[in-house]
Design a binder for this molecule. Sequence first.
Ligand code: NAD
Length: 437
Amino acid sequence: MEKPNSITPPRGKLGVLLPGMGAVATTFMAGVELVRQKKAVPVGSLTQMGTIRLGKRTDGRSPKIKDFVKLAKLDDIVFGGWDIFPESSYDAAAKAGVLDAHHLAAVKQFLSKIKPMPAAFDREYVKMLDGKNVKKGKTKYDIALQIKDDIAKFKKKHGCSRMVMLWCGSTEVFMKPHEVHETAESFEKAMKENHPAIAPSMLYAWAAITSGMAYGNGAPNLTVDIPAMQELAQKHSVAIGGKDFKTGQTLIKTVLAPAFKARMLGLNGWFSTNILGNRDGEVLEDPGSFKTKEESKLGALEFILQPHLYPELYKTIHHKVRINYYPPRGDNKEGWDNIDIFGWLGYPMQIKVDCLCRDSILAAPIVLDLVLFLDLAQRAGLRGIQEWLSFYFKSPMTAPKLYPEHDLFIQLMKLKNTLRWMQGEDLITHLGQEYYD
Ligand SMILES: NC(=O)c1ccc[n+]([C@@H]2O[C@H](COP(=O)([O-])OP(=O)(O)OC[C@H]3O[C@@H](n4cnc5c(N)ncnc54)[C@H](O)[C@@H]3O)[C@@H](O)[C@H]2O)c1
């Protein structure tokens, strides 16, 4: 693909619409506001804190990413969204229990004004939840049109020049691609016929894409990972990305597994278990939603270790993932990993990782970066799947027949090289022979 000739500058307001305004979404919005008020530092956000090296190592050029590529300013973002619970984002944030009282107090006025629009929801797809703030319509198509209407009204009301939608809603039941997902036409027909292969998350995505709005998927739901949405994204010149934020356990997995492979150490098994007590954990108690998450978490190892290339090292890996809903923990998840590796002459060894992390604290900066980079992609005229954003996803979407890249450091290199390419800078190959000529 040709390098973009010009990137439209980020003038005016950027509207960010979030389907699902629970723990992650409210922690994200509160954090952006606290940074805007200069009461916090955006730790964890590559767009806000990261730098990018340009040219040779001896050139000393390492600007901040946000100065190198023209990203939207935090002050220019306006927030909105949908949820099945009608309470304001302040009440939702207080209930989620992620933020301390002093942080909540500082954003009370701001979050209290953000009230979710009625959601497109169906309990068939998220069995553990039930709420009253839900749209009514004869067909799924009618509901999708209502979402389009919400988008248009929000854009007008806030005078936004650009819009991004990022799914922060619950994990839906496991769904396989169906023939109705094949084309935009069959998808639209299926919405009109209330076909069960059309999940609520897909209605939001369809509404976003056909409104010319970029769409990112923070859950492992199938949503935009189907040909119909990719066809629509091309047609409407929309950037899409997914799926499932790569936050705690999978982040560590995609750091450790490449290290084992780099040193040609073998792997017999990897047992990952979690306890978490937030609403996400409750939703994942349902076997249908758990299956969606499990598939997303299981993929990484196989793709990183490439057992077909290294059968002596990775042919039989026992990879297990467990998630247990345990209310006392709230959002403060604990993820244990027991890793059985083997080394020289096949001698077995073990590694244990105990990750005591805050789920939404890890997810919020990812939401911010995705919003800003999807907006950048959109302004640069990049459309369809944005593979360079794989860095942020547990289960990255790719073109058909292409295997996804899961190694965190390859993903980061790809992301930064994409930014260099967009700005007409030399790509960094790490060859470095010129320093020794
Ligand atoms: N926090 C993390 O580390 C992390 C990592 C990866 C993925 N995720 C995913 O991000 C999503 C959000 O996580 P969370 O902790 O904020 O969960 P949460 O339960 O606090 O929030 C999700 C919200 O989505 C709402 N919702 C469900 N279906 C909806 C629909 N059809 N329309 C509108 N709203 C809907 C729920 O009512 C809820 O308020 C989950 O799917 C989770 O699996 C989170």
